[in-house]
Write a protein that binds this ligand. Structure first.
Ligand code: ATP
Ligand code: MG
Length: 413
């Protein structure tokens, strides 16, 4: 008996022309993520990919595979020769193991991929079934609600048996659909939106608006920590973060604009800057964590007035989610505990008491024209700070910022 992991791909059937390239990408992603395990060998066969464990513990590889976009599902499988005696013996071994684990009822599902095999799938199922009933005590069949399924997959390269299937992330291979600019706050939503974009095959670069001294270095560190969670789902690309200084713009808005239009105009400024940066990095779309109806700036009227400043597709993966579903997903991907750290976001400073929930475009433009916003935008963009986050490396923003400040002080004296 040899142990393998059989990997099945996700939505590739939709994308016939790109299929080969997509498959290569997933395979490379798997191989690179498994580099620390030097015993593994790999075998690609059509739409299946086998990882030969060569005595490596399956559990560590299972955890890696769960984080790779484009994998639909995978199973730990045992392989034997395509010979009925061998299949019977291996089936017995696997079924006995399941009984030991407390499972009792089962059914067999056979798939005969090798049409040269002398028996049909129903015949194989029947023969293996009767062998097992004769040779394994306490085993019961249940066609409708079995405790486990014994799958028998007869292929030219051998027969594979398994009793487990793990679901993968689904989606498309990492980065294969092109680059997007993710607007990331430190909140619960935007990082989840980023995760969904990555899992759907987009390469994410992140843009964060920071308003020192109203917001602290700890708020930026929080965004970095959130993005570091996302790096576990990317291939080997680095994840870039662009930090936009936003305090001057916010101040100008709050000093010049009617209070109830401040949020609308602030968000229009964010969108304009995000689009400029996105174009500079060759991103094809903007992604954010907006959710219809959640706050004043996310009514349909607000979203129209805000979005009209950009000429680029805006993807809102969470637009229709219920908050609880977003929270559940944040907990699942382990960003929730970071997101609820209590630091201010630039959107939570200068919040008006009664923001417009139906901002009119003409009034918005009238208010906005009180600002010299092209200058403000250029100034913000010229002072953007870029940080590159790497898989499995922690970036300590506070320490590096302190180092810069100490250097500035040294230069002064
Ligand atoms: P989140 O939980 O992601 O902060 P939210 O529901 O609190 O979202 P808002 O604060 O109105 O909603 O923000 C809506 C979206 O705008 C966010 O999901 C995010 O994509 C973007 N955004 C908000 N604040 C910032 C920021 N400081 N930098 C970059 N993008 C931001
Ligand atoms: Mg927020």
């Amino acid at each position: 008996m040899e142990d393998y992991i059989l990997v099945r791909y996700g939505e590739l059937s939709l994308k016939k022309s790109n299929r080969k390239q997509f498959i290569n990408r997933i395979q490379n992603h798997i191989k690179r993520s498994c580099e620390p395990f030097s015993n593994l060998t790999f075998e690609a066969r059509g739409l299946r990919f086998y990882i030969n464990l060569n005595n490596t513990e399956a559990s560590s590889i299972i955890e890696i595979l769960k984080q790779i976009p484009g994998i639909y599902s995978f199973s730990v499988v045992s392989r034997c020769l395509s010979d009925l005696n061998e299949i019977n013996l291996l089936a017995k071994e696997l079924v006995e193991q399941k009984l030991k684990e407390g499972f009792k009822t089962f059914k067999i599902e056979t798939n005969r991929g090798d049409k040269n095999f002398p028996k049909t799938s129903p015949e194989i199922t029947k023969e293996v079934g009767s062998f097992l009933f004769k040779n394994v005590l306490g085993l019961k069949a249940d066609m409708y609600h079995p405790d486990f399924v014994l799958s028998i997959d007869v292929r030219q390269e051998g027969t594979f048996l398994f009793t487990n299937t793990y679901m993968g992330l689904g989606g498309f291979p990492a980065g294969c659909l092109g680059k997007v600019g993710l607007m990331i706050s430190g909140g619960i939503d935007s990082v989840v939106a980023g995760y969904l974009a990555i899992k759907k095959g987009m390469q994410v670069e992140a843009i964060h608006f920071s308003s020192p001294p109203y917001t602290s270095d700890l708020a930026v560190q929080k965004v970095i920590d959130l993005l570091e969670v996302l790096t576990s789902y990317t291939e080997y690309q680095n994840l870039n973060l662009y930090i936009v200084p936003f305090s001057k713009i916010q101040q100008a808005i709050y000093e010049n604009v009617k209070e109830d239009y401040c949020i609308t105009i602030m968000r229009r400024m964010m969108y304009r800057i995000t689009e400029k940066l996105a174009k500079r990095i060759n991103a094809l779309a903007i992604v954010n964590g907006e959710n219809v109806g959640q706050v004043a700036s996310q009514t349909l009227e607000s979203m129209n007035t805000i979005e009209s400043v950009v000429d680029m597709c805006v993807i809102r993966p969470l637009a229709t989610y219920d908050k609880q579903d977003i929270v559940d997903l944040a907990k699942k991907i382990k960003t929730y505990d970071i997101s609820i750290r209590p630091y201010e976001d630039c959107c939570t400073v200068f919040v008006p008491k009664h923001p417009q929930i139906k901002p009119r475009l003409d009034l918005t433009i009238k208010e906005e024209n009180k600002l010299t916003f092209d200058e403000l935008i250029d100034d913000a963009i010229n002072n953007v700070q870029k940080i590159t986050l790497r898989k499995n490396h922690h970036y300590d923003y506070i320490a590096s910022h302190l180092k810069d400040l100490t250097q500035d002080l040294k230069d002064l004296f």
